[in-house]
Design a binder for this molecule. Structure first.
Ligand code: 5GP
Length: 113
C-alpha cells in the first residue's frame, strides 16, 4: 500500500527536501524530535526491513551511506548523530515505507541502548 512518502517522492505533497539521488530522497521530519531530524528514504517502496529482500542489498547500503552524507552536510560531522529505524507497530512505525531517522544537533536523550 502507498504511503505519504511515495507522494513526497513524486512531489505530490510538499516536503523540505535536503538531499536527493537517483534512488534516495531525504527530507525534514514534519514533527521534529531533535534540532536536526531528517528522514532518509529509498524511492522504491519497501514496507520495512522485514519486507526487504536479498535483491535490496544495494539500496540498503546506499541508505546508510546517504545518512552519513546528509548528517555531514547538516553539520553533524563533529558532534555525531543517531540513526533510528522503526520496524512494525510495536516499535512505533507509523509510515510503512522504510526510512531512517537522522537525529542530531543536541545531546540526545533518552539513551535506550
Ligand atoms: P515512523 O514513526 O514510521 O518511524 O516515522 C514516521 C515519521 O514520518 C514521523 O516521525 C512523522 O513525523 C513523519 N511524517 C509523517 N507524515 C509526514 C509528512 O507528511 N511529511 C514529513 N516531512 N514527515 C512526515
Amino acid at each position: 500500500m502507498e504511503s505519504v512518502f511515495s507522494k513526497i517522492i513524486r512531489r505530490e505533497i510538499p516536503a523540505d527536501i535536503v538531499y536527493e539521488t537517483e534512488s534516495i530522497l531525504a527530507f525534514r521530519d514534519i514533527s521534529p524530535q531533535a534540532p536536526v531530524h531528517i528522514l532518509v528514504v529509498p524511492k522504491q517502496s519497501i514496507r520495512n526491513l522485514f519486507a526487504a529482500q536479498k535483491s535490496d542489498q544495494m539500496i540498503l547500503g546506499e541508505l546508510m551511506l546517504a545518512a552519513a552524507e546528509v548528517a555531514r552536510q547538516q553539520g553533524l560531522g563533529e558532534s555525531g548523530f543517531r540513526l533510528i529505524v522503526n520496524n512494525g507497530e510495536a516499535a512505533g512505525q507509523t509510515v510503512f515505507h522504510l526510512h531512517l531517522h537522522i537525529l542530531g544537533g543536541s545531546v540526545l536523550t533518552p539513551r535506550i541502548v
